[in-house]
Design a protein around this ligand. Structure first.
Ligand SMILES: [Zn+2]
Length: 316
């Protein structure tokens, strides 16, 4: 049997047909155009599923289930309760999809499904318990406990980015709270810290890299300049790495998993970033002589979204 997965993003949706091991058989994509009625969006989504099936040369009766990763929260009835990027509120997504295709439909948060993909087909494949952290515009997470994706009693677990790590004078977060983890550990955080450094040091290398316009500074500028040994960029990177280490240590202290996987844009810094965190971790450990979670880079990249969504069908 095969599984269909959809990574439903704000600008486009990626659809894939995968086998039970998470190997991609075929993929397709189409614009999301989120402003339109959701029924039209779902009709396009299903059309895209059939395109992917055709490319894969897989028939509908060979498909076991359909999974959707959404940048939001769905309840156990397949209703999207909340999805800011799409402007969705209480959308009966499963019911609408099943009007077009008669398969079991599973819906979960995009970071949860990316974590599930890394467990089912990626870097954390042979672990029992792992935590996936995606370091992008925000910080998302996916928790796998004893080989099962942990969504929480109300499907809102793993909102790791919004756990407060700085209650006093914390940075304001998009969620309304202040001092959330994602204000310090996301790509957005590196950019903010980089801009602060540029303002203090207008002649610095980072300022050159962004062409003198701090609004054009991105996380890669900072990481690349730090890799080259530039002192100011290294200062910014070290500050970021310290926060990320605290976030990783918080996961270890709370859950003690086998592995912590870093994904998302910032994780492309690779071993440079992983080693910076690994070096800093020991000083935060409670039990210094005991072994602790391995820290690894995600390996499925952007495809993790639809692979994990597809493989929600094997999490049941
Ligand atoms: Zn927050």
């Amino acid at each position: 049997m095969y599984y269909i997965g959809v990574d439903l993003g704000g600008t486009h949706m990626a659809v894939g047909v995968v086998d039970a091991g998470g190997t991609i058989i075929a993929k397709a994509e189409t614009p999301t155009l989120p402003q339109r009625p959701y029924q039209e969006l779902v009709a396009d989504m299903v059309k895209c599923m059939y395109t992917a099936m055709e490319k894969a040369n897989v028939k509908e009766d060979e498909i076991a289930s359909v999974g959707i990763g959404i940048p939001g929260v769905a309840d156990r009835n397949g209703v999207v309760v909340f999805c800011t990027n799409l402007g969705w509120h209480d959308i009966p997504l499963r019911e609408e999809i099943q009007k077009h295709i008669n398969k079991p439909v599973f819906i979960d948060n995009d970071a949860n499904v990316a974590g599930w993909a890394e467990y089912a087909a990626g870097v954390s494949r042979n672990t029992d318990t792992s935590v996936f952290l995606t370091l992008g515009t925000g910080v998302g997470a996916g928790i796998i406990i004893n080989g099962k994706l942990w969504a929480g009693r109300h499907n809102v677990a793993a909102e790791y980015g919004h756990i407060i790590i700085n209650a006093d004078n914390g940075e304001k977060c998009t969620c309304g709270k202040t001092g959330c983890t994602e204000r310090y550990c996301s790509a957005t955080a590196i950019i903010r810290m980089g801009r602060e450094a540029c303002e203090k040091n207008p002649d610095c290398l980072l300022m050159q890299r962004c062409g003198g316009d701090v609004n054009k500074l991105n996380a890669k500028h900072v990481i690349d300049a730090a890799k080259e040994g530039d002192a100011i960029a290294t200062g910014v990177f070290n500050r970021y790495a310290e926060y990320l280490t605290i976030a990783v240590n918080n996961v270890i202290s709370f859950l003690d998993p086998d592995m912590i996987v870093l994904g998302g844009g910032v994780s492309h810094a690779g071993e440079f970033l992983l080693n910076a965190v690994r070096e800093r971790l020991p000083k935060y450990h409670m039990f210094k002589t005991l072994p602790y979670a391995e820290l690894r880079q995600a390996k499925l990249g952007n495809d993790a979204g639809f692979i994990g969504a597809a493989l929600l069908g094997i999490n049941q």
